[in-house]
Ligand binder design. Structure first.
Ligand code: NDP
Ligand code: 8X3
Length: 251
């Protein structure tokens, strides 16, 4: 059996694809999300390949985060790899008309949720002087784009937290790195546009976006380097995407 990985946001998109690939590669898995039916289905799919433990919590609920991660059963209590992936955009509106609820959601989930989960996992890594944390940022954490405002702010925060973690955890030999994707076709845009699936589909029209499996593959590459190699920060886009706003489409 390989190492144990805890993946947040495993019920969909990048997190789910990473869980599936890691199961193939014999990682023991702690899979997190809020949608229990999806967690159950994923466990049923992967259990023939590896050992899976499910944790249902909202990353915004700090008590639940600490309670769930703090009560892992013996076989899963040593976490080697933390993949801070849970997150989403909520809305795409200019600053003056953005919704406060959307802003709260993005900052509470993408920033504070990532911090809560990290804080719950870190003590054991610090004690062992080993561990690897992968933070899923975004191209939105490298470039601000029109109407991206608060989502971009949340991902710039992930970029800063990734750097801060790497600096502070250096003394413990804990590896820290970020993977920052451009456009990946997942449920991301369906969530951003609140169920307007037609608008969500338009985001990926006329070019081949990244697939969640592409990012899973890169995360797997990052965590399987020799211990002396730390991949600190990666930006990954579809070939058709040159920047957050420049995408070559053939419509
Ligand atoms: P999906 O919407 O497909 O998946 C998001 C995942 O996050 C789901 O598993 C969801 O699970 C989980 N999640 C959302 N909110 C919460 C919450 N409050 N508590 C716990 N879990 C939560 O999107 P992606 O796979 O695309 O997104 C994964 C990460 O990648 C995000 O951080 C996103 O910002 C980032 N990203 C995505 C890009 C893209 O183009 N798709 C590009 C760059 C970065 P559940 O609802 O079951 O809780
Ligand atoms: C997701 C990519 O460009 O929609 O983080 O912000 S983008």
């Amino acid at each position: 059996m390989n190492k144990t990985a805890l993946i947040t946001g495993a019920t969909s998109g990048i997190g789910k694809a990473t869980a599936e690939l890691f199961a193939e590669k014999d990682f023991k898995l702690i899979l997190c999300g809020r949608r229990q039916d999806r967690l159950n289905d994923l466990k049923a799919d992967l259990e023939g390949k590896t050992e899976v433990h499910l944790l249902n919590f909202d990353v915004r609920n700090r008590n639940d985060v600490f309670e769930r991660i703090g009560s892992l059963p013996d076989g899963f209590s040593k976490i080697d790899i933390l993949i801070n992936n849970a997150g989403n955009a909520h809305g795409l509106d200019p600053m003056e008309s953005g919704s406060l609820d959307d802003w709260d959601a993005m900052l509470d989930i993408n920033v504070k949720g990532l911090l809560y989960v990290s804080k719950a996992v870190l003590p054991q890594m610090v004690k062992r002087k080993s561990g690897h944390i992968i933070n899923i940022g975004s191209i939105a954490g490298k470039e601000v784009y029109p109407k991206g405002n608060v989502y971009c702010a949340s991902k710039y925060a992930v970029d800063a937290i990734n750097q801060g973690m790497r600096i502070d955890l250096n003394q413990y030999g804990i590896r820290v790195g970020a993977v920052n994707p451009g456009a990946v076709e997942t449920e991301f845009s369906n969530v951003r546009f609140k169920g307007d699936d037609e608008r969500a589909d338009m985001v990926y029209k006329g070019f081949e976006p990244l697939h969640p499996e592409d990012i899973a593959d890169i995360i797997h590459f990052v965590v399987t380097r020799s211990y002396h190699v730390n991949i600190a920060d990666l930006v990954v886009t579809p070939t058709a995407q040159a920047s957050a706003t420049i995408v070559r489409r053939e419509l």
